[in-house]
Design a protein. Structure first.
Length: 258
């Protein structure tokens, strides 16, 4: 099974890119972030025409997450995280697909930091970690895929010093990510490519993509019951070069049959 994550940076504006990537890469499951569209504007018919069913949690103009599955309707089991009833941002959705629990997340950016947005990021991270821990406790194959807005280590940035004061690279953000790994989650891409400089995001300015001045912030974390089945992981870097594309590239794993 091939499972991918892709921050589309506006599903309506990037729909042709998304459809072309789905047709070319053919992931069995695709987790999408930053839909930037209300629920009623999700392009369900367009993704169904190329063989995908979907569940989604939209929000007008901001955020938004979705899980697509090829030839199968994902069975939604959760939207949103517990712990803050006033948090109405569309940042998490969870479904069962092909015997695997798939969590799709869009973690807050947190900038400017320090400040209220960074405080919200850390609170959201704490709530996410509590849920992730409960998933470990219940057992079974789980993948938590999405835009974590965290650069885990210096190897995950072309120029780490450029990000030293950014919420994506501050010690508190990296420590929260390490706490996830300490629960037992496996960072799939880094596990299979321990020394590779592989990035998933390049901003639109200063020729960042052309200079490969990227960062790795899109991650797929595998539970202890799923990690032994990991056989491949990579980044579809070429998609970042397409016309009218997102500033992220799709990231994926391949999982062996149980």
């Amino acid at each position: 099974m091939k499972i991918a994550t892709y921050n589309v940076n506006g599903i309506r504006a990037r729909l042709p890119v998304l459809l072309d990537w789905l047709a070319a890469s053919r992931p069995d499951v695709a987790c999408l972030q930053e839909l930037k569209a209300a629920d009623e504007l999700f392009p369900e018919d367009a993704v169904r025409e190329i063989g995908y069913e979907a569940v989604w949690h939209g929000q007008k103009g901001f955020n938004g997450v979705a899980i697509l599955a090829r030839g199968e309707k994902p069975r939604e089991v959760r939207r949103g995280l517990l712990g803050d009833p006033e948090d109405v941002h569309s940042r998490y959705i969870e479904a069962e697909v092909g015997g695997i629990t798939v969590g799709c997340l869009y973690l807050p950016n947190g900038n400017p930091a320090p400040g209220p947005k960074f405080d919200y990021k850390l609170r959201w991270f704490d709530r996410f970690l509590a849920h992730a821990d409960s998933l470990i406790a219940q057992g079974g194959p789980v993948v938590l895929a999405g835009d974590y807005n965290v650069i885990p280590a210096e190897i995950d940035a072309r120029t780490p010093q450029r990000w030293a004061a950014d919420a994506l690279f501050l010690p508190e953000s990296r420590e929260a990510y390490r706490r996830a790994l300490a629960q037992g989650w496996t960072d799939a891409l880094r596990t299979l490519h321990p020394e590779a400089r592989m990035y998933t995001y390049w901003d639109y300015f200063r020729g960042a993509f052309e200079r490969d001045a990227g960062i790795r912030i899109d991650h797929l974390l595998l539970s202890p019951d799923l990690a032994p089945r990991l056989v491949a992981a990579g980044v579809d870097r070429d998609v970042r070069a397409w016309e009218k594309t997102s500033d992220h590239a799709p990231t994926w794993v391949e999982i062996a049959a149980d």
